[in-house]
Design a protein around this ligand. Structure first.
Ligand code: ATP
Ligand code: LTN
Length: 324
């Protein structure tokens, strides 16, 4: 089976990205053909510092590898280096209803957040994502919950295309983790943790121990004392319990028992300790990789070449089907 996923080179990679997406990638690469993309073209849809982009792409490459993506097992490449992504986007746009794009949750949220920059790219964003996925005849798309709607639209676009022009694309499936598909913000636990939010609201994968401690201790909780999972009444503590559970591999039920009557502060201290310990290998690996620019470039060049072969094959088929 073929697996495809990607992350935008915006902001720092956080534990939400890890638990929602990257952790699944690392497992999948053991058994499947995996392609992991740094989706720089997607990141152009919101304001960004032009001079920083290459640095951000390098940082994301480091994040993938430091978190466990193995370049010997998986293809890692930069989206804009394979021109077929933009080419297929245009072709797919001709079979995508405008109404479908306008009802996408992410579009509505980003249009609200960037009121002064509602560009057509923001609306067309899911078509580019569909092109990413369909170019590689992908079976599985491991993503967090916020991206499930985009994968659903991708399936719809593929079905529509196949119906109109004949069997061309494989119909992909989203793969969401059972727990951790939506890690919430530490500041506003009713909102998803996001890397373009205030750094206080997320734990970066490479955060220093002091920062982890500070952010966890300040995380928003309710005014009660009981450490209990209750997503509607106690979203803050429930989110922290989920994070604890996923990093310790202990069930939420057991953690609740273990911390019964211990109070939030004690629980938070233990959670901070756990995160500091579990994220330490990532920090170490990142430091190592930062000194190896040549190695990173080689990985991306190799990744581009391998990705291109598959992408070109699909494009040839698509053009032929469309009468081009
Ligand atoms: P941005 O703030 O730029 O929108 P983001 O933090 O939402 O970024 P993305 O680049 O959009 O991150 O997402 C990368 C991957 O991480 C996607 O698969 C997405 O579903 C997943 N992801 C993002 N945020 C979370 C979260 N809070 N919980 C679980 N998974 C998440
Ligand atoms: N839109 C996704 C990133 C993304 C992606 C993809 C994920 C772009 N192309 C293809 C999976 C497959 C996001 O996380 N914001």
């Amino acid at each position: 089976m073929r697996v495809f996923s990607g992350i935008q080179p915006t902001g720092e990679t956080h534990i939400g990205n890890y638990l929602g997406a990257i952790k699944q990638w690392v497992k999948l690469q053991e058994k499947h053909e995996c392609i992991f993309c740094i989706v720089d073209l997607h990141s152009l849809t919101v304001p960004y510092p032009v001079g920083e982009l290459q640095k951000r792409i390098k940082e994301k490459t480091i994040a993938y590898i430091a978190a466990g993506v193995d370049p010997k097992k998986s293809i890692i490449f930069v989206q804009s280096q394979v021109k077929e992504h933009t080419e297929l986007t245009w072709l797919l746009s001709t079979v995508t209803p405008l109404g479908d794009l306008q009802r996408m949750t992410q579009y509505k949220e980003k249009a609200e957040k960037y009121k002064k920059n509602i560009n057509a790219g923001l609306l067309n964003y899911p078509i580019l994502m569909a092109a990413d996925i369909l170019l590689y005849q992908t079976d599985i798309v491991p993503v967090g919950k916020d991206q499930a709607q985009h994968v659903e639209l991708t399936r719809e676009i593929a079905r529509r295309f196949n119906k109109k022009f004949g069997e061309t694309f494989k119909i992909p499936k989203a793969l969401l983790p059972k727990a951790g598909a939506k890690i919430m913000s530490l500041v506003k636990p009713n909102k998803k943790m996001s890397k373009t939010d205030n750094p206080q609201s997320y734990i970066g994968l490479f955060d220093a121990p002091e920062a982890i401690k500070r952010k966890i201790m300040a995380a928003q909780t309710d005014s009660e004392k009981e450490i209990k999972y209750d997503i509607s009444q106690k979203p803050g503590i429930s989110n922290l319990l989920t994070i604890y559970s996923l990093f310790s591999d202990i069930s939420v039920k057991k953690i609740e028992k273990q911390f019964k009557d211990k109070g939030y502060q004690f629980f938070k201290e233990k959670l901070a300790q756990l995160l500091i310990e579990k994220l330490e290998p990532f920090r170490r690996k990142k430091k190592e990789l930062e000194l190896r620019s040549g190695y990173l470039e080689k990985i991306l060049t190799e990744g581009r070449k391998r990705a291109q072969i598959i992408a070109q094959e699909t494009m040839k088929k698509v053009k032929q089907k469309m009468g081009l």
